[in-house]
Design a protein around this ligand. Structure first.
Ligand code: UGA
Length: 456
């Protein structure tokens, strides 16, 4: 099999498929990515993946190339895993990389083969691409197309690929289904639930899943706004709601909200596509989900300003975290960096520290100051704001931090700190949706959201 595009999704898929025993050729137009991966280096931070890359390379079953000629000659099935970012100046998805990957393969493939899209796309794309590849390929309709949406989370990519909750095959023929079953046989044999669908349902399940997750997060964050107006505590509320199995505690963590390369752009593209299809009203609420999420960022800045005494001008703020979530160095649409930027725009003197994402954050926002350690970031700070809940920040000792800061004031943007411990150590502690004084109730975390993973 070939895997076109070696970003988070493609690199993980290529590596895991080789580990499972398939002969895999990874393809990318960027020679730097290809060189890095071929030499055993994963070009992004993903726990457990470097070890799997070494295993796959040592098996001799994984190679990388920039050549589509080589890919077309090599593969029986071709997985397309390229990005579908938000289009510039629009909420629509930018499909140019997907179209180009399918076209480059189709032009060259001269024996029966299956092209499988994994990228997140607007509904109707697979049908449109099917026509395109039939027109371009020397073998015409013998070149088939299927859609196999991917649900992996950054930080859990290996686990989610090798042990997914479910597989979804969007197919237009029994032959395509058989090819997909063969391409995933070890995972299916392990008892993974499989949903065989038409192309449109397969495309829809992906955006519907991400929209549901985004809605769940914004729901609890909307409740945080209500809590602030009533003196109720959103953390207590989330815990009580989560014990109801029908609701569940996962993705019900209140705080700074969602970011990253998927959830924000996917809900916008879905809404855009639904409007094109004449069913915009059905998902109009996604606009509200987005707005609640964006408000979390400005509300966090409000809390920092309040603790700073009403103005941020010249105030030294330690911004802890830059990645869009812990165990990732990804800063795409990162709420953390957005807050740091907003503080900077109000002329605060912001020092950012992230255990893994400093380099990417610096590329995105070179004007911000970056510290090399937690201690350096908080030294002399008038307000500390926790923006990404890395374990290192959770584990920090409030007494120890208190000795380094200029003023014991903390905004817990991720509800990740023990408010009682901080208050006992003389800190002023604030969090969105929580009263200014309360006892700590911890949200029960699902074990698969914890980083202590056994990657096997
Ligand atoms: C998300 C989905 O969870 C994956 O299933 C999907 O495959 C992926 O997008 C994708 O489309 O490729 P990911 O972007 O890696 O995965 O991150 P999540 O773990 O979903 O977190 C998204 C954001 O929500 C993060 O910023 C996180 O901090 C935030 N979040 C998550 C909350 O604010 N509260 C929560 O309770 C959970």
């Amino acid at each position: 099999m070939t895997v076109i595009g070696t970003g988070y999704l493609g690199a993980t898929h290529a590596i895991c498929m080789a580990v499972l025993g398939y002969e895999v050729l990874g393809v990318d137009v960027d020679p730097r990515k290809v060189e890095a991966l071929a030499s055993g280096a994963v070009p992004f931070y993903e726990p457990g993946l470097p070890e799997k890359l070494t295993e796959a390379l040592e098996s001799g079953r994984l190679r990388f190339t920039t050549s589509f000629d080589e890919a077309a000659a090599f593969g029986d099935v071709h997985f397309v895993c390229v990005g579908t970012p938000q289009a510039p100046g629009s909420h629509a998805a930018d499909l140019r990389y997907v179209e180009s990957a399918f076209a480059e393969l189709a032009k060259r493939i001269d024996r029966k083969a299956l092209l499988i899209g994994k990228s997140t796309v607007p509904i109707g794309t697979a049908e449109r691409l099917t026509e395109m590849v039939h027109g371009l390929s020397p073998i015409g309709q013998e070149l088939e197309l299927a859609w196999n949406p991917e649900f992996l989370r950054e930080g859990f990519a290996v686990k989610d690929t090798l042990h997914p909750d479910r597989l979804v095959f969007g197919v237009a023929s029994a032959w395509a289904e058989a090819q997909l079953r063969a391409a995933f046989s070890p995972i299916l044999e392990a008892g993974t639930p499989l949903v065989v669908a038409d192309l449109a349902s397969a495309e829809l399940v992906k955006v519907a899943a991400n929209s549901f997750l985004a809605t769940k997060i914004s729901y609890i964050n909307a409740m945080a706004e209500v809590c602030e107006a009533t003196g109720a505590d959103v953390q207590v509320l989330a815990q009580a709601l989560g014990y109801d199995d029908r609701i569940g505690s996962r993705f019900l963590k209140p705080g700074l909200g969602f970011g990253g390369g998927c959830l924000p752009k996917d809900i916008r593209a879905f809404k855009h596509r639904a409007e094109e299809l004449g069913v915009g009203q059905a998902v109009a609420f996604l606009g509200e989900v987005d707005a609640i999420n964006t408000r979390r960022r400005t509300r966090t800045v409000d809390l920092v300003r309040e603790l700073a005494g009403g103005s941020l001008k010249g105030v030294r703020v330690a911004a802890l975290g830059a990645a869009f979530k812990p165990n990732s160095d990804d800063v795409r649409d990162a709420p953390a960096l957005d807050v740091a930027r907003l503080l900077y725009l109000e002329e605060a003197s912001v020092v950012v520290y992230d255990p893994e994402a400093n380099e990417n954050a610096h590329k995105a926002y070179p004007d911000l100051d970056y510290a090399d350690s937690l201690a350096e970031a908080v030294s002399g700070a008038q307000v500390v704001v926790l923006l990404t809940e890395w374990q290192q920040f959770r584990d920090a000792d409030p007494e120890h931090l208190g000795a380094l800061v200029a003023n014991r004031a903390v905004v817990d943007g991720r509800h990740a700190l023990d408010a009682d411990r901080y208050r006992a150590a003389g800190w002023e502690y604030r969090a969105l949706g929580r009263p200014t004084a309360s006892t700590t109730v911890r949200l029960v975390e699902h074990e698969s959201d914890s980083v202590a993973l056994t990657l096997s």
